[in-house]
Design a protein around this ligand. Sequence first.
Ligand code: CA
Length: 648
Amino acid sequence: MKEKNTSRAFDRKYNYNGTDLGVTYNAQVSLFKVWSPKAVNVSLILYSAGNGDNKLEEIPMEKCSKGIWKVSVLRDLKGIYYTYEIDNGSKKQEVMDPYAKACGVNGKRAMVIDLEETNPEGWETHKRPITTEPTDAIIYELHVRDMSVDLNSNIEHRGKFLAFTETDTKSEEGETTGLAHIKELGITHIQLMPIYDYLTVDESKEDFEEYNWGYDPLNYNIPEGSYSTDPFHGEVRIKELKQAIMSIHENGLGVIMDVVYNHTAQSEGSFLNVLAPNYYYRTKKQGKFFNGSACGNEIASERFMVRKMLIESIVYWAKEYKIDGFRFDLMGVLDIETMNLIYQELRKVNPNIILYGEGWAGGACGLEEAKRALKVNAPLLNHVGVFSDDLRDGVRGDVFEEAEKGFISGGIDTEESIKFGVIASTKHPQINYSKVNYSDAPYAKYPSQTINYVSAHDNLTLWDKIEATCGDEQVSLEEKIKMQKLANAIVLTSQGVPFIHAGAEFARTKYGDENSYKSSDQINKLDWKRKHEFKDVFNYYKGLIKLRKQHPAFRMTTSREISKNLTFLKMPDLNMVGYTLKNHAGGDEWAEIVVLLNGNEKNQIVALPDEEWNIVVDGKQAGIESIGKVDGNKVEIEGRTAMVLVKA
Ligand code: CA
């Protein structure tokens, strides 16, 4: 009987426990080990460069137990590039080492490297900020190239990792740009969109010919070459990414990495599929690939050697690159057990690691729903958060229905979704769960399991969505700015973990492009002149961030605290939400806080639970200082604004 790749017998025979896959280097000897259980012959091929016609040697590898092939080369191979040639009995194919840590241009050949030599000066001892609770994080989602590609950024290393080492840059209008801007805004963590080696951008081309978000993974353990100043020499991209991370850390910010372990760019012809046909991906009976990623395949994370590869990969990034957290793309493709093992292993490296992902898949998967890391299964995940599409679409309107309105634009029946976001999708006696957008029950065991947001790289930017919902109606720029402010005022005052799409703080537009994954820099770039134009929005977001950072009432750490200290108030009209944060919630110095959200166009009078309040946030300004007083027990809140009051 033909042995199936996924059978128990296969597992017993081929599951390999060792942690020495890839190349183990020192100056005397390099040990190569690769897992290819069905290969007939495997050879190591050495090259003097990462591309071109420069083969040095072909060395047959020895077959060992558990499907492992190995060879030791007894000389100093530092700087030498290599591939494996897999002979499956009918043909020979050259592949990358899936455990490779360095590579040549376009990730086609791996490289032997001494990783210590890639450490920038001070790397081992540099200080990184510590966030003890994920709810203390304020996440900013950013694409490496978008930050600096605009000439007006006045950043020298445009589009590169090294742009993050330029810490004092200004636009023509005199506003800070790049990292200086991010620091000024006050967020705590930069979430970098894919920085591992992805396929689509041809690294050998002149700069800026091609653009891609990078959700097309090629080499999981190697940085992307197009962000380096020299993609041909494998050590350069590693060192430059470390320099970027170190600079971000030294400026008081953490780094979260966007990982795409749900699929690879290539399917049948991928090197994983050559090394172990139909093993790494979920397949149907005829060897056809499941496509839960909507990108051609889905990783079979539940299988032993796949799970091992993913766990070792993520632990490697956390250790070698000092990454502070991970965002999992289409996490709903991956299995729950793997996600929990990932947390278990990462917390050994960094007990404060931040983990969250998209709790959905891109299509039908080859693994049952009950076993996958979907939003609905969040209670089965340990210390892994999920994005709240409930709050997102409640605030702005459905991401797939361009013109559909949300709370900020006068949409109807959004109140319970907003309230659900406010309590970070936890259990609370005042929520009517049946009226929440997509969830009919609380899914977060604790607030850090909810990532609250209103825009991200996918779909229309917040500003473009506002434009779309206004349609042909005569809505003034001033009113649109109010919506832009209110949207993230909701995010930044809600419990849970707030997440801001880069540029939302100056009304980022992609000119209506809802899927700009390969659009031009013109569409994707952070356009720094807008910071000056929308300085009012920037200052407002900055003030809200300051408020959140100073006041733990907005970031309680347990579900119980939230239900005990947060009480929703009766509102005078629909499309309004209001609540109090009492009892020095979260250990706050403020005894009682009221948050009011008015999604209506018109002003409203709201009854307050008591008399004498100081206003710290209204539609115009946000911060921690009093900007007005309320003597009585009611207050007028302007249309389409948020208000935060503190008991005097
Ligand atoms: Ca690449």
